[in-house]
Design a protein around this ligand. Structure first.
Ligand SMILES: Nc1ncnc2c1ncn2[C@@H]1O[C@H](COP(=O)(O)OP(=O)(O)OP(=O)(O)O)[C@@H](O)[C@H]1O
Length: 376
């Protein structure tokens, strides 16, 4: 579907990068990265520290140059390995964690800093933006008179003032305390949408990406390993690492034979796996179900949940809106973790039966090295 903003229908990406590569020494830090962002769309480049997110952003901003690949804005080439529009002519706004407002300038002058044109027009733009970020009253005050969150909103207004076509944000909220952060994220998002800016936001925090993004590009070792709406990335992860990036996981191992894998939790269909291939069945702690022990017996097997396996509670902790229970499993001594809503704190040593919600299990091939170790 073509994204729409108001009555405008956009068909050309505001930002498109194709096959970007950047090498430092003999290390490929950005390895064939492609993505496109429509006006008014927020894409989060999400990945662990050092995976190449900021380097990608710097090449788009024009402060670093790629070794290969092209960057387009509204369908026009702005940079390849030969041609290069300088950073100041790319109409790209930047916002970083350690943004700095000019301390000796009023808020109005800070926001107007990058603006050209008649004074009256500049003033009108400054007023509009400060109103939009909820800080109309700060126009004549100085940065030191504002809280960290307010300064952040001024920085956003300043970055948006010259009407950038694209906004690049590198961990812009990580300097804020937790209570402020959610509100500022939401406000920032609504202002960016009103301005119809295409946003590429870099973060290593899955929660931030889920909250902000229309689309998440999951990055690892210089590559985008999966790209899509937050819902799809969370519910149809491409591999075990992608599941683990968003939450705690449990891994149950088995070996595929005749496209079936036997586990203590019942049999799983594993089509496409070779006979003898090691299989990882991955499930998040909230998708384990617990049942009481009835004279050494658990619940009867069902098609939906398979069969139950017994575990002994090792410890249980109250986490606020849920409880986390750790089990030592009878069948192989492995540890599994389950979360239960509200308060559920069984005593250590209690026997309980665990089943897996099959519709929430992910089945992946185990890594080659592990397979070799298991089947020498
Ligand atoms: N100018 C440089 N020279 C050499 N190596 C660099 C340079 N810039 C970045 N790197 C290396 O490239 C890798 C990727 O860095 P980058 O800053 O893009 O990662 P990141 O995903 O943004 O990480 P973080 O979330 O920690 O900022 C890192 O290992 C970094 O040390």
């Amino acid at each position: 579907m073509t994204p729409t903003t108001g009555t405008t229908v956009h068909t050309i990406p505001r930002l498109e990068i194709r096959n970007l590569k950047r090498r430092f020494g003999d290390r490929m830090v950005v390895d064939d990265v492609s993505l496109s962002i429509m006006p008014g769309q927020v894409t989060c480049l999400l990945g662990p520290s050092g995976c190449g997110k900021s380097t990608t952003l710097r090449m788009i901003a024009g402060v670093d140059t790629q070794d290969a690949g092209e960057i387009y804005v509204d369908g026009n080439l702005i940079c390849d390995t030969v041609f290069r529009v300088p950073p100041e002519r790319r109409q790209i706004g930047l916002m970083f964690q350690d943004f700095a407002l000019f301390p000796h300038m009023s808020v109005a002058d800070n926001v107007a800093f990058g603006l050209k044109g008649p004074k009256v027009e500049k003033r009108a733009r400054v007023e509009t933006l400060l109103e939009r970020v909820g800080l109309g009253w700060t126009i004549d005050v100085f940065p030191h008179q504002l809280s960290g969150g307010e300064q952040q909103r001024v920085a956003l207004a300043r970055a948006l003032a010259p009407r950038p076509r694209i906004m690049l944000m590198d961990e812009p909220f990580s300097g804020l305390d937790n209570r402020l952060r959610d509100g500022i994220r939401d406000e920032t998002l609504s202002v960016l949408k009103q301005e119809d800016t295409a946003v590429l936001l870099v973060t290593h925090e899955p929660d931030e990406a889920m909250r902000m993004a229309d689309e998440i590009a999951l990055m690892r070792d210089g590559r985008i390993v999966q790209q899509g709406a937050p819902y799809n990335i969370y519910n149809a992860p491409v591999d075990l690492e992608a599941v683990a990036f968003f939450s705690d996981i449990n891994v149950i191992r088995g070996v595929s034979r005749g496209a079936l894998t036997d586990t203590p939790f019942g049999q799983f269909l594993t089509p496409g796996f070779r006979d003898g291939q090691t299989v990882n069945i991955v499930i998040r702690p909230q998708h384990l179900k617990l049942d009481f022990d009835r004279a050494g017996k658990g619940p009867l097997p069902t098609e939906r949940d398979g069969q139950a396996a017994r575990g002994i509670v090792e410890r249980a902790r109250f986490m606020g809106n849920e409880s986390l229970v750790e089990f030592r499993m009878d069948h192989d001594g492995s540890v599994l973790r389950a979360t239960v809503p509200n308060v559920f704190l069984p005593q250590p040593g209690t026997a309980l039966w665990l089943t897996l919600r099959r519709d929430r299990c992910f089945v992946f091939p185990a890594a080659q090295a592990h397979e070799a170790a298991m089947h020498p």
